[in-house]
Structures are given as C-alpha cells and as structure tokens.
Design a binder for this molecule. Structure first.
Ligand code: NAD
Length: 473
C-alpha cells in the first residue's frame, strides 16, 4: 500500500496473514482464497425518526468465509463503521473460530450509527429493518449466518433480531439459533457474560503451566502469587481480574480512563467497581495509591499485563517502557505491530487477542447448540448425576465407617448446572487452543511470536477444511 492510500484495517489483517503464511505449506491460490472476503452485503435503508424525518441508514454484513457454515460474528453499532472495518473483523472471526475449533466461518455486521444519538424506539426500528434486509438476501439464519453482540449492541438488540426473524420465518423450528447473545429468557445461555474474561484467565493459566515457557520468562509455574495489572474495568477487564484474584494472583494495579490505582498488597475488583460506582472514579480507593497518569499502569513492573480496554494502547513509543513479562491481549488489537516487534526482541510473551478473547464466540457456539437441541444444558443429567453421586458416597461411608464433611458432601454430590457445563466447555476449549498454538511455535523456532503461531494454526485449519471439501483437488 502506498503512503498516499488511507489506512486499511483489512489490509493490516492481510499483512499479518501473509507474515504467517510463509510458515505454512499451502499453495498460493489456496492462501488467496482463505484471505478473501467471500460475500459482502452493503445496504442502505430508510427509517422514520421520532420527529418524522426519514434517515438513510448505512449498514453491512460480511461473510468472510463459508468453509464452515453458518458464518458467525457480532454486529457493531458505531459511527466509525465502514466496509473495510467490517471486512477485517469478519476475517478475524474466521481465524478466531478456527483456532478455538468452533465450526463456523467468519462473519461480521455493522450499522454506521452512534447508538447514543437515537431513542430506544428508533434503535429498535433500525435493528428490525436491518434484520429483515438480511432475511431478504438470505444473510441470516441458524444454518447460514448467526450474528451476536459487539460494540454498541447487547442482549436487547439480539432479542429484537430473533423476534423479527421468527416473525418472518413462521414455523422454522430452529429459528432461535439465528442469533446468539440473547437474554436467557429468549434462548440465551448462562455463563455468557463472564465468558471472555474467564477465557482470558484459562488461556493465560495454561501458558503459566508450561515449564519451558515460564523458565524462559524467569517466572515460577502457575498463576498463584503472580502480580497482575488490568487496564479497563469493563466486562472483560472486571471478569479477568476476578478470576485471577480468585485463583491466587494479586491485582496490583487497575487503570481506567480517568486514572489508575496501585496497591502492592492486591486490589479487589468488586470493591474497586463499587467505589467507582459510588464516587464516579476508581481514584482515591482506600489503601491504594493514585498513579499520576492512567497509562503509567501499563509501564508499572508486574508479571502479567492485561489490556482490556481499547485498541492501539501499546505502541512503538511506550512499548520499550513496558516491564511486564506476559501481556494477555484481552481487548481487540491493544498492541500495534511496532509494539509486537519490541516485545519479540525483548523476549516478552504476547498472548494474542485472536484466540485469547475467544471466550465470547465459544460460549455463543454453546448457545447455538442449545438452541438447536431445544433443551437447557444439564436438564437431562443433573438429577441423575446427583442421585448417583449420593448413592456412591453412601456406599463408601457405609463400607469405611467414616463420613466426609458437609461441604465435601455438597461438592461431590453436585450435578452439573448449565453454567458449570458452559464454564467447563470453555476451559477445555481454551486449554486445547493454547496447547495447539504453542506446539506450532515450538515445532518452528523461526516463527517470531505467538501471534504469528496463532495465525499459522488458523491458516492450517482453514486450509485443511478447504482441501477436504474438495474445492482444490
Ligand atoms: P466495556 O465497555 O465493558 O469495558 C471497557 C472499559 O475500558 C470501560 O470500563 C472503559 O471505561 C475502559 N476504558 C476506556 N478507555 C480507557 C482508557 N484509555 N484507559 C483505561 N480504561 C479505559 O467493553 P468490554 O466488553 O469489556 O470490551 C473491552 C475490549 O475487549 C474491547 O477491545 C472489545 O472489543 C474486547 N472484547 C470484548 C468481548 C466481550 O465479550 N465483551 C469479546 C472479545 C473482545
């Protein structure tokens, strides 16, 4: 790209892809196919505003790859939405799904609006009209393309989408699977809210359990006692901090946009959250020191740094001052390519966003499966398991003449609830993905970083899938 051309997010994804592709065995034409965006639906539709004006809405849905169907990816409501951005995000979804073995192609949607400038009724009309445009062009459906929440959208919008879809497709038995991230009462799954933060924890915990990696970084094995800094106390940052703290790590600093706080003895994310709610800021938290600037937290000495706020927060300028040993990219794109180079040369491990924050899409996959099976997870086996466990315990106690404590009895008896199964499925997914990426990296020491290894992992899986489909005999 010449310097005259505007920045293209899609082009930068292609660049990362090309960097990784050289470590794969695939033929050039196949690599071109994996990279390409298969279908792009750009639309304009009119919506009557509350004051009677008609506004023309610009919107997109991109299906990057159909090597597996349905396609999957969120819908973003933002003033920054444009075709290039939606294409890039759809491509990243293809690679993300491949890495975590979620059997979907990549997709993404976007509506170019600032949701805060519209009333709830106007947003509902926009969302419903967008859905009906997708239905008309066959761009949505449980076996075609399944959207989810993204920036600016949430459960409310997903409920409007499923309702519109169902009204246009009466009698379609699997209609609830046309979108994920729905409220539980509308077919959503328990455990979705904390999924991304929990996935971040599982991914990094797995990295920390690898003796050779920890030795290289000069760290002890395990997350216990690790000093962690989190940027952004939103959904992902809050839950990441919670799971690290609950497993014995110390959250020594938290950064928000208004500032950062530090306490070597450790911070409790829930208490900080409540303090922020009460005072409007995380600053002046009892027992903690305020840091001069919010970004100082990124440069404070620690074992694990978790940027969970925005993109491009660590760049070529501040990367040399970062002192963390591990950086877990919970946010999408928090590091620039220049920062990557700094960390690769300093031996700092960057655990890449493309797979580390895949907890959301993984649990979306579980929601879709739940919708297709029309039954809540755990409903069939919970009581059976509890009865069986109780029976086994009674037998053991009877035979040994000893009894376990009440809390142990409760733990052993427990049959799985929906949330237990969702968490355990997510744990399995993140552990497997981490090991696969690390194996690829270990097998080829010329691969410069874990991000490139993750891309190699994705390219190999999508390439295998295309080849097995017989498209490229
Ligand atoms: P969120 O809006 O709930 O939280 C973001 C937090 O970051 C907010 O509390 C905000 O005040 C804070 N913040 C904003 N600017 C900041 C700054 N300059 N310094 C410090 N803090 C700042 O959003 P989220 O859902 O937690 O998403 C965070 C990131 O994770 C985004 O990059 C998002 O794309 C990515 N992500 C989210 C999910 C998900 O399931 N929510 C899944 C994958 C990736």
């Amino acid at each position: 790209m010449s310097s005259q051309q505007p920045y293209s997010f899609f082009h930068s994804v292609e660049k990362s892809f090309d960097k990784a592709a050289q470590f794969t065995k695939w033929e050039k034409g196949l690599l071109e196919q994996i990279k390409a965006c298969n279908s792009i639906y750009s639309m304009r539709f009119p919506v009557k505003m509350d004051d009677g004006r008609i506004e023309v809405i610009e919107a997109y849905r991109v299906q990057h790859s159909q090597h597996k169907t349905p396609c999957k990816g969120g819908i973003r409501f933002s003033n920054e939405v444009n075709q290039d951005e939606v294409m890039a995000l759809a491509a990243l979804m293809t690679y993300k799904c491949a890495i975590v073995n979620v059997p979907f192609g990549g997709g993404k949607g976007g509506i170019r609006i600032n949701p805060r400038s519209f009333s709830a009724y106007e947003l509902e009309k926009i969302t419903r009209r967008y859905t009906s445009e997708l239905v008309k062009k066959n761009f949505i459906g449980p076996g075609i393309d399944v959207p989810a929440p993204d920036y600016g959208t949430g459960e409310r919008e997903m409920a409007w989408i499923v309702d519109t879809y169902q009204s246009l497709k009466p009698g379609e038995i699997d209609a609830a699977g046309c979108v994920t991230g729905k409220p539980v009462s509308q077919g959503g799954v328990r455990g979705r809210k904390e999924a991304t933060g929990l996935g971040v924890f599982f991914g990094i915990r797995e990295v920390c359990s690898m003796p050779e990696v920890m030795q290289r970084l000069g760290l002890t094995i395990g997350v216990e006692g690790k000093r962690v800094i989190v940027q952004g106390l939103g959904n992902v940052g809050y839950h990441s901090a919670k799971f690290f703290r609950e497993h014995g790590s110390k959250i020594i600093a938290i950064a928000e946009y208004e500032g950062a706080i530090y306490n070597e003895a450790g911070l409790n994310e829930e208490e900080v959250f409540q303090h922020r709610k009460a005072t409007g800021s995380i600053l002046n938290f009892p027992g903690a020191t305020n840091l001069a600037k919010s970004t100082d937290a990124l440069e404070t000495e620690c074992d694990i740094l978790i940027p969970a706020a925005l993109e491009n927060v660590i760049n070529g300028e501040n990367a040399p001052r970062v002192k963390a040993k591990i950086i877990g990219e919970a946010a999408n794109g928090p590091l620039t390519p220049e920062a990557d180079e700094v960390f690769a040369s300093k031996g700092i491990l960057v655990v890449p966003d493309m797979y580390l924050n895949a907890g959301g899409v993984t649990v979306s996959y579980f929601e879709w499966l739940k919708n297709l099976s029309h039954v809540r997870y755990g409903r069939m086996e919970k009581r059976f398991t509890e009865n069986l466990n109780t029976h086994i315990l009674d037998q053991i106690e009877g035979l040994t003449g000893k009894s376990v404590s009440d809390s142990e009895r409760k733990f052993i008896k427990h049959g799985p609830e929906e949330v237990d199964l969702v968490h355990s499925g997510l744990e399995e997914t993140m552990i497997t993905a981490t090991r696969e990426i690390m194996e690829i990296w270990k097998a080829n020491p010329a691969i410069p970083d874990m991000r490139t290894a993750a891309y190699v992992c994705a390219i190999n899986k999508v390439g295998t899938s295309y080849t097995e489909l017989g498209i490229f005999p």
